[in-house]
Design a protein around this ligand. Structure first.
Ligand code: ATP
Length: 216
């Protein structure tokens, strides 16, 4: 984040929402948005950067070559995923292109957001020192690994082993819970989520009001 936006005096109240793959981050974030929170989805921002005409395409082409840009002008996601999975240096190069752009775009989106408070959806929040410091409060969407596996197998048509490999590459459930200010348990259905959402939304509204710059 850039410091002009996130200096302590001017920082709006923000929630950093995270959780493992398939935990229900998007589902939960949308329920807060329905109640008036402004959502900023860092995954969607990262994705846009690598679509045709996206701000990262020229740098990715320069660093990795034409072979990583498909005929439409988007990053070839499958090829890049395989490449950075096998090569830590390549992963660092890609991150050094994407991370500053994600940061500046996130700051821009936050500046334009309208809502009672901000929710940043950050899948890898626990893995990022920066995010842990910047969000006013960290909300973890938690569920069992079995529930994650079942959801992602069903949603993406992946095998159990594929989902397990992604889970293994992310922070553990315990690591996430260790940094959480708030936890939403999402092992069941939407009905089980609603009382938890209502309670936290009321809390966030009151914290946003007492925050020095709580109005956006
Ligand atoms: P990813 O990290 O893969 O983007 P996510 O954490 O954003 O996932 P969602 O996309 O919200 O998770 O949920 C994963 C899948 O599980 C979706 O198909 C969603 O509809 C379903 N799901 C999540 N929570 C619930 C729930 N409480 N009731 C019913 N379905 C749910």
């Amino acid at each position: 984040m850039n410091d002009t936006f996130f200096t302590a005096a001017s920082r709006p109240f923000s929630v950093g929402l995270t959780g493992g793959i398939g935990s229900g981050k998007t589902t939960v974030a949308n329920l807060f948005a329905e109640r008036g929170a402004a959502l900023i989805d860092t995954d969607a921002i990262a994705h846009q950067l690598t679509t045709p005409g996206g701000a990262a395409i020229a740098s990715i082409r320069a660093a990795f070559g034409d072979g990583f840009i498909d005929a439409d002008g988007a990053m070839d996601r499958a090829r890049m995923r395989a490449h950075v999975f096998a090569d830590a240096g390549a992963r660092q190069r890609l991150e050094s292109i994407l991370h500053p752009l994600i940061r500046s775009e996130t700051v821009r989106a936050a500046g334009e957001a309208h809502g009672d408070y901000l929710i940043f959806v950050v899948p890898l929040l626990v893995e990022s020192q920066q995010w842990r410091k910047r969000a006013s409060r960290i909300l973890v969407v938690d569920c069992t690994e079995e529930v994650q596996i079942a959801r992602v197998m069903q949603r993406n048509g992946m095998t159990r082993e594929q989902v397990q490999a992604i889970i293994a590459a992310q922070a553990t459930r315990a690591e996430r819970l260790a940094v959480a200010d708030d936890v939403i348990e999402n092992n069941l259905d939407t009905a089980a989520l609603l009382p938890q959402i209502e309670r936290l939304h009321a809390l966030y509204l009151s914290l946003a009001k007492t925050n020095r710059a709580g109005h956006l």
